[in-house]
Design a protein around this ligand. Structure first.
Ligand SMILES: [Mg+2]
Length: 284
């Protein structure tokens, strides 16, 4: 596959062939705690061309209303119904599983969205025996004791699912560094259990997995009003090869990787052809 190297995502739109956009937020619209210089102009271009877009983010710490408010503080106007977060499919999953709680939440600072789900929550390892599912967040958390508690519990109760809204291994910090995220913790737990011959049931909801995209596609169809959305004419834009590009490719979207946050241009040389985006851009 040939990768087209363009200056900006706006250039991709100008080339045509895009009916709708799925836009990552952290590292894409924003960078190191500020909005990207070109973010507001890109949103204005989408709106002026009437190209519907949905922001898809693996942020598991905020509600869509809170996320929209935090973007507004950075000067970006995006409505809450234009945002689908990695935990957005969680309510549907709980209903499909028939769970009534309690759910044990680990690694969340202030999980307001979890409180809004309407299922009893339990915090602290002392409650793990009662938990119907364990929900992992990626906040600042003393992980070692939690990981040991979860591994020991799942050794005896491997049917208890671990739900991971955010499958990312790491996320960009405002100081330019990276922090460990919930996906890395979940995969670590799964590999520890696998060494013991136990297959953990890990349920990933966010990018690159399909639940967040299916929900975002439904949202796009509503925004387009007059008809469906052809996946081959959706452009997924993001800064992560592992989540934005892998997820977009798996869904059959066009993909644009934006540099400057998680991915550097020299790291593209290490990617297999199956991991490459359609476009690499410096800016929105
Ligand atoms: Mg990102």
């Amino acid at each position: 596959m040939t990768v087209a190297r363009l200056k900006s995502a706006s250039d991709v739109l100008r080339n045509g062939g895009v009916d709708a956009v799925m836009l990552d937020i952290d590292g894409t619209l924003t960078l190191r705690g500020k909005r990207r210089e070109t973010a507001a102009g890109f949103l204005a271009l989408l709106r002026s061309k009437r190209i519907p877009f949905v922001c898809v983010s693996n942020d598991s710490s905020q509600t869509a209303v809170e996320k929209a408010a935090s973007l507004r503080r950075l000067g970006l106007t995006i409505e809450p119904d234009e945002i689908v977060l990695c935990h957005s499919p969680f309510q549907g999953w709980i209903t499909a599983e028939g769970l009534r709680g309690p759910l044990m939440a680990v690694g969340f600072g202030d999980p307001r969205w979890l409180e809004q789900i309407g299922v009893p929550l339990a915090f602290g390892l002392e409650n793990i025996a009662r938990a119907q599912a364990i929900v992992l967040g990626g906040g600042d958390h003393p992980w070692q004791a939690s990981i040991e508690g979860i591994v020991n519990h799942l050794r005896e109760n491997p049917h208890v699912p671990i739900v991971v809204p955010n499958p990312d291994s790491c996320c960009p910090r405002d100081d330019g560094g990276l922090s460990i995220d919930a996906g890395a913790v979940a995969r670590w737990i799964a590999s520890l259990l696998a060494e013991l011959g136990i297959q953990a049931r890990i349920v990933f909801l966010g990018k690159p997995f399909s639940p967040i995209y299916e929900m975002a596609l439904d949202r796009l169809k509503r925004l387009r009003r007059h008809g469906g959305v052809r996946k081959s004419r959706v452009l997924a834009i993001g800064d992560s090869v592992q989540s934005d590009i892998a997820g977009g490719r798996a869904m059959g979207f066009q993909t644009a990787l934006i540099l400057g946050a998680i991915t550097r241009e020299d790291s593209l040389r290490c990617l297999a052809p199956s991991q490459l985006p359609n476009f690499v851009v410096d800016e929105l």
